[in-house]
Design a protein around this ligand. Structure first.
Ligand SMILES: [Fe+2]
Length: 284
């Protein structure tokens, strides 16, 4: 349990470094977008080293391309190992999706059919990544806007099947559950209730926006009240779990972001788990 964190964003570097120096930082850890720091030098890497000297960090990637039929990207994995050796993250996460095929990166988190053969394919690739990194990773549920005729199970059944077969962790994005539940008309509470608590390394909270009949996972608003309620439901089941507020577009002043993380802390402090916490699956 790392506590409550926010993303490490370049626009906030001066605020964050100042708060670390003054010992006035109100968050416990930072999530780092892996690909932004897979470089040999420069200011972002220097800032990351400075932040990491005082605060835990977690690496969160968008390019493992776990769901693709392309071979796993060896050069990417090598760069990930190097970055992990440098910053010693509490854990490494990526998404349950595909992001490219035929050597082309599409820079989007694209949905997969929820089918048994896709579970096997994903779990096999996650296991190979974990073997290479010598640690468990956490995979995040993405929001989606379409479903496939080939679907054989619900999204949460798919998530659980992959996590169990790969023996990996889960990064439960509560906002993504809410957005997809609205778009596909499933029960968000039942989804949260079906996630194996012992596998949840981390929770994401974020804001979304409305576009016609759809909710879109835009990360450009405060967390909505309905998502806070779903978060509290997850806390009652899972117990205390490292939580991060994502805000990636129309990024507010750093103070506002910390306020949102403090709201998560308050929610966790005032929400009692409904069952005794069992033993957790750990990153390494
Ligand atoms: Fe997320």
């Amino acid at each position: 349990m790392l506590g409550f964190g926010v993303g490490l964003r370049a626009v906030h570097y001066p605020d964050i470094l100042e708060r670390i120096a003054n010992r006035t930082l109100c968050v416990d850890w930072f999530e780092v977008l892996t690909e932004n720091y897979m470089v040999d030098g420069g200011r972002p890497l220097r800032v990351l080293d400075d932040v990491r000297a005082s605060v835990p960090v977690v690496l969160h990637g968008v390019s493992l391309n776990l769901g693709s039929t392309d071979p796993l990207d060896d050069a990417y994995l090598e760069a990930l190992v190097r970055l992990a050796d440098r910053v010693e993250p509490a854990w490494i996460s990526d998404h349950l999706c595909w992001t490219g095929v035929g050597g082309t990166q599409l820079h989007d988190l694209l949905p997969l059919p929820y089918a048994a053969d896709v579970v096997v394919h994903l779990a096999d690739r996650i296991r190979r990544v974990q073997d290479r990194l010598k640690r468990r990773i956490a995979v995040e549920n993405v929001s989606s806007y379409l479903s496939f005729e080939a679907d054989e199970m619900s999204e949460v059944e798919f998530l659980v099947a992959v996590a169990e077969r790969a023996d990996c962790g889960i990064l439960l994005d509560v906002n993504n559950v809410f957005v997809s539940a609205h778009n596909h008309e499933f029960d968000a509470a039942a989804y949260v209730d079906a996630v194996p608590a012992q596998r949840v390394f981390q929770i994401h909270l974020a804001g979304h926006s409305e576009q016609g009949p759809l909710l879109i996972d835009t990360h450009d608003h405060p967390v909505r009240d309905e998502v806070w309620a779903l978060y509290e439901r997850a806390l009652r089941r899972i117990g205390s779990v490292s939580t991060l507020v994502e805000w990636d577009d129309r990024i507010p002043a750093y103070d506002r972001l910390e306020e949102e993380a403090q709201r998560a802390r308050l929610a966790a402090e005032t929400t009692k788990p409904s069952a005794a916490e069992g033993s957790r699956v750990v990153a390494r």
